[in-house]
Design a protein around this ligand. Sequence first.
Ligand SMILES: [Fe+2]
Ligand SMILES: [Fe+2]
Length: 201
Amino acid sequence: MKKVPIILVAIAALVALPLFAANDTLLNLQKAYNAEMNSRAQYLAFAQKADDENFGAVGSLFRAVAVAEESQANTHAKLIKTFNVAPKATIITPVVGTTEENVALAFKNEQAEIDTMYAPFIKTAKAEKRMESLQSFRRAEKAEGEHATLFSATIANLETLKGSGPVTYYVCPVCGEVTQTIPAAHCRDCGKHTADYLTVK
Ligand SMILES: [Fe+2]
Ligand SMILES: [Fe+2]
């Protein structure tokens, strides 16, 4: 049998290595994209229900968080495309309850996204040294915590919000931070200039 020089074998192995490198992070980006696009659809449906039930301020919050989830999905999509893969989401028609039930479910969803989605995704991105994705997952996890806090405050004050009018929110188009008080110059979480924030009512 003809002998292949050892140096050629070594070069071939080096070239092939990236092709076989673990990339669970790409799968996780797709899962996060799918989850955020579904959260968006769910919160838009919940916003409509809140308006119908005369909880105007709750409708505004759901719309703002829907825009935030879409922003996070867009950020994940950009990263997915860097792997020459198309982002894909399968949208499930949301089941809409009463506003009281919807806010409770939204709070649970945000918490679940932190615990069962972003926390393990961060671990994997770290292990695979996918630094951009790691940063994106960390920012999304922080924003989900802020969303959970907003929903938890709404649960506590729901009775007083009956008959309320719309409220203006500002949303960071990169990390999905939702705030009623726009930061002075840059997003506290991702550094995006606040001139680019999205206004939602
Ligand atoms: Fe969220
Ligand atoms: Fe941000």
